[in-house]
Design a protein around this ligand. Structure first.
Ligand code: AMP
Ligand code: ZN
Length: 475
């Protein structure tokens, strides 16, 4: 891209809601052109449910917005392939941790393709970064921010990090009496904030999952995994870190504590979190047994892209309640949009013919400016989506321009418009159209009329316009 174009694009103000400041802030990345972006990815111990996919579709939409605005995006997503849950469930199934997590990783990859999520630049597997994790823990021990417990595990001393609680707005002084100890499990609640495990000394429950390191025989805690993978792939300071709201505490709070204590620098500039997908007003979660997966959607004839479309109808920071009727409505609405789009091709007609006369459409600037205004306002996808309908129904725009505009917006929506099949005009009809073109150039109108009749008999209509013949199927 030309630098002048870039400057022009970036003189526009993009605003994102930053959980760290609880405000919408103007986006200004560390490097002018490349955004350093880390998303907390799945724990590969089961099929992610569609609530989890809200987090990944949100991260993908955010990335698409940044790309649309002219930024390069270096996006890293982790795969948690060692933690309490993966160890527990691989043992239940009697499979090795590697074989078990590999299976669910592959399933995850299939799902993200179906949701049209652009693959991150890299998927970082936690087990590939044990050395980097150990290095951070060593630094924290050396700086006196971490300590070893009796069993050889290493804990982060939250009282020694003065900013502890800055993301989740937790005040340590308000903690319950019993919360003054330490916690070894990966997940716990905010009112139970305690020193958390950086390194877990091996115990029998871990079976054959352990690494022999300078910290002893054991495995990493969940939180240190993301700090290490983010720093290793993106450097000590990044622009955006995403996850669902439940990641704010303890996961992201702990990531900040570990990363900032070890590097001495602010970790992520913008922390962005998607809200819950609810079922009967309760968060969708594996532990509540109220979840659905992509397979359940497909069984009910709801396409994964209709789910994506439905999510885009709400802002990522509002809670959405899952009901089948709403999903069915989204499926119908998306099909209507697809049909309106396909209809455009019928009248473009000659575009299917290799005559070189096809007029490439232009993105409508008035609509595009509105579109940018919406997406730059903290990803206001509901308002941006309404423009799709407006464009498709606007009688003052040519079909070719409508197409170009829809495809332009779909770079952000990711609803797959570019894959919709253009109606193919049969070769026989194409041949007759070309012959008719020749006849008309030779002013042989009798032949031209006969050719028209022949084309009609094959079910196609010909209109002569200043740009040439337009072909469409008889309705
Ligand atoms: P996990 O595999 O449990 O670490 O979750 C993966 C991602 O899904 C995290 O970013 C969570 O915050 C997010 N998540 C989990 N449940 C929901 C839900 N019901 N709605 C929205 N996001 C969720
Ligand atoms: Zn994470």
């Amino acid at each position: 891209m030309l630098s002048s174009q870039f400057t022009e694009m970036n003189s526009r103000k993009i605003k994102f809601y930053n959980t760290l400041t609880r405000e919408k802030e103007e986006f200004s990345p560390i490097n002018k052109r490349e955004v350093l972006f880390y998303s907390c990815g799945p724990t590969v111990y089961n099929y992610p449910h569609i609530g989890n996919y809200r987090a990944y579709i949100f991260a993908d939409t955010l990335k698409r917005v940044l790309m649309y605005e002219g930024y390069k995006v270096k996006h890293i997503m982790n795969l948690t392939d060692v933690d309490d849950k993966t160890i527990r469930d691989s043992q239940k199934e009697g499979r090795s941790l590697e074989e078990f997590t590999e299976f669910y990783t592959k399933e995850f990859f299939k799902d993200i393709k179906a949701f049209n999520i652009i693959k991150p630049k890299k998927f970082a597997k936690a087990t590939d970064y044990i050395d980097e994790m150990v290095d951070i823990v060593k630094k924290l021990l050396k700086k006196g921010l971490a300590y070893k417990s009796e069993d050889g595990s290493v804990y982060f001393n939250i009282k020694k990090f003065k900013d502890y609680g800055k993301l989740s707005r937790l005040v340590l002084a308000d903690q319950k009496e019993n919360a003054s100890g330490r916690i070894k499990t990966d997940e716990y609640e905010k009112d139970n904030a305690q020193d958390f495990a950086l390194w877990k000394a091996w115990d029998e429950k871990d079976g054959n999952v352990f690494w022999n390191t300078v910290l002893g025989k054991g495995r990493p805690g969940w939180h240190i995994e993301c700090s290490a993978m983010s720093i290793a792939n993106l450097g000590e300071q990044i622009d955006i870190h995403t996850g669902g709201v439940d990641n704010i505490f303890p996961h992201h709070e702990n990531e900040i504590a570990q990363s900032e204590s070890s590097t001495g620098k602010p970790f992520a500039k913008y922390w962005m979190h998607n809200e819950w997908l609810l079922v009967d007003q309760k968060r969708m979660a594996k532990s509540f047994h109220n979840f659905y997966t992509l397979r359940d959607l497909v069984d009910k004839n709801i396409s994964p892209l209709a789910y994506r479309f439905w999510l885009l109808m709400a802002n990522y920071r509002t809670r959405v309640n899952f009901v089948w009727e709403a999903l069915e409505g989204a499926e119908t609405a998306l099909k209507r949009l697809y049909n309106l789009y396909i209809e455009l091709d019928k009248d473009i007609g000659l575009s299917a013919l290799p005559t070189g006369r096809e007029q490439a459409g232009k993105v409508n600037k008035t609509y595009q400016n509105k579109f940018k205004e919406f997406i730059e306002d903290d990803l206001d996808t509901p308002r941006a989506l309404s423009l799709l309908w407006d464009v498709l129904k606007d009688e003052n725009i040519s079909n070719a321009d409508k197409k170009a505009t829809v495809l332009d917006f779909d770079k952000v929506f990711g609803l797959g418009f570019e894959n919709l099949k253009k109606e193919k005009i049969p070769e026989k009809v194409q041949k007759l159209v070309k012959e008719r073109e020749q006849a008309r150039q030779n002013k042989n109108f009798k032949e031209s009329d006969e050719l028209r009749k022949e084309i009609n008999s094959l079910g196609y209509e010909v209109k002569d316009t200043p740009e040439g013949q337009k072909i469409s199927k008889f309705k």
